[in-house]
Design a protein. Structure first.
Length: 326
């Protein structure tokens, strides 16, 4: 009996590459960079399943070229804005993702970015390595306190909630905005639901944890940045296009806000000549919020099992469109 054909668009943990290889005819893209679009379209012809990343555009064109035998799309990420979910559902193709396992890790990373930006850790670390540290000075590298601040969270999903839990230990006042009020979570934590404008005006810290869609594209733009406090810190671990990068640059340059910490950018990766990289009050890291050994291993495991389950028409462990799950 012929094994199902699958395409994996990047290396994951070797144990789970071996698992996929043992249970399918595997085509693995081993380069660090994603496969170019033309290569990706050639490779999907006749496949039964694909394990993809956020960098791979999975649209109707790709599904057409893959063919009607395509049984599953498995994404190694929580988000899926690179996949046309409606098109997959119409074709009865279940789409897997990797929620839950990266929630706490991403919340930890949010706080790492926040604290580094607030206390100017990377800026002062460079100062030392450049040989500029001559003495202790009472006015050197003054930062912002986090404790007893007003902490605004945009997007009170799994990750937003975990970030809020950590804010309790800093005696923060927690306010949040979401398209849906989460009264169930308000019963567990001292959360105050407010509209977006109120959150922007009153928060010392604003942390973004929303999905990317038409409504959240450039959710934080010039108008929103102008509402924020001049001592405020913006943290983005959601998706780069949620923030208008040009407006953010101007706000940081003109000191309309105090600092930004970004795990994601628009575009991604950020070009070397992007002006945001020249600002000391903008901390940028390369999309590493889920990058712990344990979490990335679990993401590899779930995405591999979703892939093999799907090509065998078995139920996916986690499915974005459960109405077509096997």
């Amino acid at each position: 009996m012929n094994k199902p054909k699958v395409l994996v668009t990047r290396n994951i943990f070797p144990e789970w590459i071996n698992y996929i290889s043992d249970n399918s005819e595997l085509d693995l893209w081993e380069d660090e960079l994603p496969p170019p679009r033309d290569v990706l379209l050639k490779k999907v012809k006749g496949i039964d399943g694909i394990l993809c990343l956020l960098t791979d555009k999975i649209d109707s064109e790709l599904m057409d070229i893959a063919g009607p035998q395509l049984k599953v799309i498995s994404q190694i990420a929580v988000g899926f804005d690179n996949i046309n979910i409606n098109e997959a559902t119409k074709r009865k193709i279940p789409v897997g993702n990797t929620p839950d396992v990266l929630t706490s890790t991403t919340a930890d990373a949010t706080w790492s970015l926040l604290m580094a930006a607030a206390r100017r850790i990377t800026e002062s670390e460079r100062f030392v390595h450049q040989g500029k540290w001559k003495t202790w000075h009472p006015l050197h590298f003054l930062g912002q306190d986090i404790y007893k601040s007003t902490f605004g969270i945009i997007g009170m999903g799994r990750i937003g909630y975990e970030v809020a839990k950590r804010a309790i230990g800093f005696d923060c006042k927690i306010i949040y905005y979401d398209v849906n009020r989460r009264k169930d979570l308000e019963e567990k934590l001292p959360l105050e639901y407010v509209d977006l404008k109120t959150l922007l005006i009153n928060s010392d810290i604003i942390s973004l944890h929303t999905v990317l869609n038409d409504d959240t594209y450039h959710l934080i733009g010039e108008k929103e940045l102008n509402l924020m406090k001049d001592n405020s810190i913006l943290v983005n671990v959601s998706r780069g296009p949620v923030v208008d990068s040009k407006a953010l640059y101007n706000a940081l340059l003109d000191k309309k806000i105090w600092a930004a910490a970004l795990d994601v950018t628009d575009p991604e990766p950020i070009p070397n000549d992007d002006p945001l990289l020249k600002l000391d009050n903008c901390l940028i890291v390369p999309h590493i919020a889920s990058a712990s050994y344990k979490t990335r291993y679990e993401m590899s495991k779930i995405s591999a099992e979703n892939l093999i389950n799907g090509v065998n028409k078995k139920s996916l462990i986690t499915c974005v469109n459960p109405e077509v799950n096997y």
